[in-house]
Design a binder for this molecule. Structure first.
Ligand code: BGP
Length: 490
């Protein structure tokens, strides 16, 4: 089947500061929580050098442009820009000036995320649960908007807070490394969303209104969430309940807050079901007013999508997580008492890291956002496939990645045909980089990075994307996304 990709559909790729920049102690960058986290005994890898984007950004951005990519999402490192003592580091701003100038020189639109997991270490103690952290974030946001607002047209306040919260408070795989702290997992995103969203929006608007002239346009502001399908493993009452409970924690709560600016009664009742005894959950009028204003002011929504999840009833009252961090298929386990146990389905292929490859989940999530929340422009801000890769003479035939991208782009085109306003797709990732919980052996890049020498070369997927960007025509298999199962049904 031949699919046409609209000319104005943005094809891009994504990067993040901590995973790619390296140069951890260079030009006054202060420590982030990830420096300390990966320095703990037995961690096995760290982000000190990463892909050295810091010294290779010109080459990387030029290569992206030469492969037809018209946009990049990149995150800024907060601890490069604002010091713990509250002063601005001019060298940090100067680095990102050079990056943004390189994007503009190559005709690549930068989508700039203020934050992608790398909290400055100065706020490690209570993290996002401490009011001081959000105050500091707002000071940082003000500096960023005032400095870059005249050149950057798209900002993201944050990438993927749900992953940060789930891994930080449930699985213990991210800092602060807590396990099964459900009360905190529910409080953290709500608390930070409220302040962050409202204040960022108003700061950006003020900065923009001051700068908007005949020759500049006011920037748009969005947020990206990992929004993945959560399905019952079987159509039984118990599995449906497990899927609903899993979904409220990983999708529904945040989608309600960010897109609707309130939590429906159904959402609140589901949160009540999963909270442990003694943990309360209440919203007040002030919070609802702020959330409502922030949701109405959101200009676009970013969807990060990698996999979907199939849920069944937990086996007993014990939570268990076994992380497959090395890519040995079939070694992972995920079960949260009182919520769900995630399993694979025989008919759904998985990656070496046990992630279900399920493009229909992306199609159905896009439809869900469109049908259940307000119509808002959507970008798929991350999607991609992690692989073990071993090139021969600077050639890497990553056909599995091409298949993955083809199927997921087809899912997006299907959703667009069904009325969803999707404006573009960013492949995770432009270059190979650090995978937070898997190190450097799980590669996602369109461009291969030799970590020993810093050299890069395009993989077959980069050439495939260049061809797609030029011809705007793609071959796909037939009917892979037929909408048969409702996502996390009520
Ligand atoms: C997303 C993160 C990305 C990236 C991706 C792949 O949640 O926002 O930064 O890491 O997941 O995940 P992983 O590296 O664990 O395979």
């Amino acid at each position: 089947m031949i699919r046409k990709v609209p000319q104005d559909f943005l094809l891009g790729a994504a990067l993040s500061a901590y995973q790619m920049e390296g140069a951890a102690g260079t030009d006054g960058r202060e420590p982030s929580v990830w420096d300390a986290w990966l320095a703990r005994p037995g961690s096995g890898y760290d982000g000190r050098a990463a892909s050295d984007f810091y010294h290779h950004f010109e080459e990387d951005i030029a290569a992206a442009a030469a492969h037809g990519l018209r946009a990049l999402t990149l995150s800024l490192s907060w601890s490069r820009i604002l010091r713990a003592n509250g002063t601005v580091n001019p060298d940090g701003l100067a680095f990102y000036d050079r990056v943004i100038d390189a994007c503009r020189a190559h005709g690549v639109e930068p989508f700039v995320a203020l934050y992608h997991f790398d909290l400055p270490d100065a706020y490690a103690r209570e993290g996002w649960l401490a009011p001081g952290t959000t105050e500091a974030y707002l000071r940082y946001a003000r500096v960023v908007f005032q400095h870059f607002g005249d050149r950057v047209r798209h900002f993201l306040t944050m990438k993927d807070p749900v992953t940060e919260v789930m891994q930080g408070y449930i699985t213990g795989l991210f800092p602060p490394g807590q396990h099964f702290a459900l009360g905190r997992a529910v409080r953290a995103p709500r608390f930070t969303s409220r302040r962050r969203a409202s204040a960022c929006t108003s700061i950006l608007r003020t900065a923009c209104s001051r700068m908007t002239t005949a020759s500049t346009t006011c920037g748009s502001i969005g947020i990206a969430h990992r929004a993945e399908g959560v399905y019952p493993l079987r159509e039984t009452k118990a599995d449906l309940q497990a899927a609903r409970r899993d979904d409220v924690l990983t999708n529904r709560m945040l989608l309600d807050i960010v897109l609707a600016g309130r939590m429906s009664l159904r959402t609140r009742s589901l949160i009540g079901e999963i909270l442990p005894d003694g943990e309360s959950f209440a919203t007040n009028d002030e919070e609802l007013e702020v959330l409502g204003r922030a949701a109405a002011a959101l200009d676009f929504f970013g969807v990060n999508y990698y996999a979907s999840h199939f849920c069944t009833k937990p086996t007993d009252g014990t939570s268990r997580i076994t992380h497959n961090g090395v890519g040995e298929r079939g070694t992972s386990a995920y079960e949260i008492a009182g919520i769900s146990r995630r399993l694979s389905r025989e008919d759904v292929p998985t990656t070496d890291w046990d992630w279900n490859i399920f493009p229909r989940g992306l199609y159905e999530m896009l439809l869900r956002l469109h049908e259940e929340y307000r119509a808002i422009p959507i970008y798929v801000t991350e999607t991609g496939l992690g692989l073990h890769e071993h090139p021969t003479d600077s050639v890497l035939e990553d056909d599995d990645r091409i298949d993955y991208l083809r199927q997921h782009l087809a899912a997006v085109l299907d959703a667009m045909e069904d009325g969803v306003d999707v404006r573009g797709l960013f492949v995770w990732s432009l270059i190979d980089g650090l995978s937070w919980t898997n190190g450097y052996d799980k590669r996602y890049g369109l461009f291969y990075v030799d970590y020993a020498t810093g050299s890069r070369f395009p993989k077959k997927s980069a050439d495939w994307l260049r061809d797609l960007a030029e011809r705007r025509i793609m071959l796909t298999l037939n009917a892979i996304h037929t909408r048969t199962t409702k996502n996390a049904p009520d």
